[in-house]
Design a protein. Structure first.
Ligand code: ZN
Length: 467
């Protein structure tokens, strides 16, 4: 009895010694990224992992983690300095406090912000290639009309914020960024409206492409708009009654095209595909697999500290294997943890005349959003001809992984914008949503994710062929 009592006391002492000698808590915070930050947003979220026997309070609000320990919580930010005390307590009420100082500044706007400021109409000239002509003065969203080459004359009659308004035809305007155009010098100055004329049009066909060319007396503003089935090109500032010239093209299955203006010539290239009902073979399909982020670009960081770039690559490599086992031709934008610029990824796809481009990502939210309200799968596309692939993927991913299906959503993302391929960007789950953590912590997550992408791609191809 006595011996047991002694042993009991020794064990108890040892237990308390272990507990109290521990200096650190298991709590880890993955957001915010730094303890001192200056932001312009009106809110900020905290997320991370809480140890098993710990309670965490942020400014006296108790955090409620999921079983995995993952938690996210968002707070509003007042203008000026916001102090957050993250207090962690263990079973024995040992505490530690980590202080975050988040300064919110309001974005600086001039007095005339969002107002149209009229000016004497005059000619400007584009100073670089690919100046984006937009339907609205906003640098985001679905408002791209066309891409103007360097030395394109534009007739400008005013500005809104950082954009200049370009005359297209009566009551029809476009917008370009003011920093990409310059006023034509005094000697060349001519404030009269000088229309451009069409010199000739021509259509040529090869095995792989049909090219339609419009030869003009000079570069002019144009728009190229597709609804997935038809492509409509319109040329503006022309020497005719309408001041316009329009032409429609049928795109058909697997529609891919490119529209380029160069040295006064507009090229509309419709890319044929070797895929038809009769001779379809996986061997003829070139697929670009793009593992998002890499190297110095980590991407999102999950509640439990997982890095998006690592998981993306793991899924991409597994998808490559499955596709190749089924004879598809696969090109990877990266096969190691390295940084690859977005333009290099796009160029790789264009240079290889890829049919399909799938970019693999895991989602996060802007710092002012609430991660708990954002959950599941979303697949983004830009051009309407990529919508069916996006839908097919969001369905197969949510089926295989058990995520909420957020469907297909149109967004202006660089890798999805080119019209030369069917391009999508899949956000499989939210790394910062504590409930989605369970899904990506599953041992089979990357294998199942790869399989779900394979199914989504092949379902899409087969539906299109049968059309
Ligand atoms: Zn990403």
């Amino acid at each position: 009895m006595l011996k047991n009592k002694k042993l009991f006391i020794i064990l108890i002492t040892l237990f308390f010694y272990i507990i109290f000698s521990q200096k650190t808590f298991a709590l880890t915070l993955s957001h915010p990224e730094e303890q001192h930050m200056t932001v312009s947003e009106d809110g900020i979220f905290f997320s991370g992992k809480i140890g098993k026997y710990e309670n965490v309070y942020i400014n006296n609000v108790l955090m409620h983690p999921e079983k995995s320990g993952a938690f996210s919580y968002s707070f509003p930010l007042n203008e000026g300095e916001n102090i957050f005390a993250v207090q962690v307590k263990d079973l024995f009420l040992k505490t530690e406090t980590i202080k975050y100082t988040i300064k919110r500044v309001s974005p600086q706007h001039e007095q005339n912000y969002n107002k149209f400021v009229e000016q004497t109409p005059q000619y400007y000239i584009t100073m670089k290639d690919n100046v984006v002509l937009r339907s609205t003065p906003i640098d985001e969203g679905m408002n791209r009309l066309g891409y103007l080459p360097t030395d394109t004359k534009v007739f400008v009659d005013g500005t809104t914020n950082e954009f200049s308004r370009v005359y297209l035809s009566p009551n029809n305007y476009g917008w370009v960024m003011t920093k990409h155009i310059k006023s034509i010098t005094d000697s060349e100055k001519n404030n009269n409206y000088i229309p451009i004329s069409i010199l000739s049009t021509e259509q040529t066909k090869t095995n792989s492409d049909t090219t339609y060319t419009v030869t003009l007396s000079d570069n002019c503003p144009y728009s190229a708009i597709s609804d997935g089935e038809k492509l409509t090109i319109t040329l503006y500032n022309l020497d005719n009654d309408d001041e316009m010239f329009s032409k429609e093209f049928n795109l058909g299955n697997f529609p891919r095209y490119s529209v380029i203006m160069q040295n006064g010539v507009l090229y509309v290239m419709l890319k044929n595909t070797p895929i038809t009902n009769k001779n379809y073979s996986n061997r003829n399909v070139k697929i670009i697999i793009d593992a998002g982020h890499g190297g110095k670009d980590t991407g999102a960081v999950g509640c439990l500290g997982d890095k998006e770039k690592i998981l993306n690559l793991d899924i991409a490599l597994k998808l490559k294997k499955i596709l190749e086992e089924h004879n598809f031709r696969v090109i990877m934008t990266r096969e190691t943890d390295k940084f690859v610029p977005l333009n290099d990824r796009i160029k790789l796809a264009k240079d290889n005349n890829a049919l399909i481009f799938v970019s693999i990502h895991l989602n996060s939210v802007p710092i002012s959003s609430n991660p708990n309200l954002n959950q599941g799968t979303i697949v983004y596309y830009f051009n309407s001809q990529s919508k069916d692939l996006a839908q097919s993927l969001s369905k197969s991913i949510s089926n295989e992984l058990g995520t909420i299906n957020g469907g297909a959503s149109q967004a202006s993302l660089a890798v999805a914008r080119p019209t030369e391929y069917i391009g999508v960007l899949a956000e499989l789950v939210y790394l910062v949503n504590p409930k989605d953590v369970v899904i990506y912590k599953n041992k089979k997550f990357t294998s199942n994710a790869a399989l779900s992408l394979y199914k989504g791609i092949t379902d899409y191809i087969h539906t299109e062929i049968e059309k």
